[in-house]
Design a protein around this ligand. Structure first.
Ligand code: AMP
Ligand code: FES
Ligand code: ZN
Ligand code: ZN
Length: 318
């Protein structure tokens, strides 16, 4: 197959766009498209400082690479979750992030070591707070820490590497359960809201996972191939498989599912009414927005984890 633009050998064929491209033109296409999405969804302006949440995976490192290549002022944030479980997952992902940052002296890399700052790793905290399931603990901690670092360090916008496969799977899950509140909030841009929240954007949300993977490989970005050892979040993987099966029979169905949802919501603002009418206020301990009376769930979690650990120390025989 030949590149549509120059007739050189194509490295990728994107059936949903009927577009095959060579390495040079694919890399340029990814960068141009990202720039187009940033403008289209009014994600951020040239003079804004962007904090990119980088996990060490292909999507977030590809995103950081694209933003820097496009000339944005994009710094990185890595959250060390302390997930090792015999696979050295966090250690390996951190090594990939550091290697990328070392090649980009123009950008700053911020790191938060969860165990060092809060007193326990994510798997340890999950044992106490979420009956051992780390994914909810992890999601809660990541959201909080991303917001805090962005706010503290003066970034107006936080960018994550979610791709179309992630977004379509989340949309399918939210639709199957008719989670109106989540459906109202899902999209390429989440506005800042109140009490210490920053704007959140997903510049890669219209790219298929295979495109971000191809981009990272072709750009020579060293990323962690393994999934988190707890990631067998079976439900979202199952949704991804279902959507891939649809895509196989009807190229573009994944993209249409997501884009038509965004369009329907825009054209029919009453489609998903704000019935919950949730009021946010500032957590008395950390200042971040919460719907709880009193402390936010993040602060409650660490309070419980610390009390549990103190009790453990007190009851352990010398
Ligand atoms: P996930 O929730 O693992 O699917 O990741 C979604 C996005 O969250 C990634 O593309 C990153 O932008 C961000 N992210 C995930 N894990 C981390 C981490 N440990 N440190 C910083 N950002 C992260
Ligand atoms: Fe959060 Fe796996 S990355 S539990
Ligand atoms: Zn070409
Ligand atoms: Zn709090």
């Amino acid at each position: 197959m030949k590149c549509r633009k120059c007739s050189a050998r194509a490295v990728i064929n994107m059936r949903q766009h009927k577009l095959a491209l060579c390495k040079t033109h694919f890399i340029a296409w990814m960068q141009e498209q990202t720039e187009r999405f940033i403008h289209h969804y009014r994600m951020f302006a040239r003079d804004e400082r962007v904090l990119v949440a980088v996990s060490g995976g292909k999507d977030s490192l590809a995103l950081w690479d694209i933003l820097l290549t496009l000339g944005y002022r994009a710094d990185g944030l890595y959250i060390d979750l302390g997930i090792d479980e015999g696979t050295a997952y966090s250690e390996t992902s951190y090594a990939c992030v550091r290697a990328f940052a070392a090649r980009h002296p123009e950008a700053v890399l911020h790191t938060v070591d969860v165990a060092a700052v809060y007193g326990a790793s994510i798997p340890e905290a999950a044992q106490v707070f979420h009956q051992g399931k780390p994914c909810s603990t992890c999601g809660l901690a990541k959201r909080h820490i991303m917001n805090r670092v962005a706010g503290d360090k003066g970034y107006s916008v936080l960018a994550t590497g979610h791709n179309l496969d992630d977004e379509a799977a989340t949309l399918l899950g939210n639709t199957l359960s008719w989670s109106v509140e989540y459906l109202r909030r899902q999209g390429p841009v989440l506005p800042p809201g109140e009490a210490g929240l920053v704007r959140k954007v997903k510049p890669l949300c219209r790219f298929y996972e295979r495109e971000t993977a191809a981009y990272a490989l072709l750009r020579g970005i060293d990323y962690i191939y393994d999934e988190c050892p707890f990631a067998a979040d079976a439900t979202s993987l199952r949704y991804k498989e279902l959507l891939n099966a649809l895509e196989q029979d009807s190229p573009g169905s994944k993209l249409r599912f997501y884009l038509n949802f965004l369009r329907a919501r825009e054209q029919h603002p009453d489609f998903l009414p704000d019935e919950a009418g949730l009021t946010l206020h500032a957590c008395p301990t950390c200042g971040q927005a919460t719907t709880n009376d009193g402390d936010c769930t993040f602060c409650r979690m660490w309070d419980r984890v610390r009390r549990f650990k103190a009790q453990e120390v007190a009851t352990t025989p010398a």
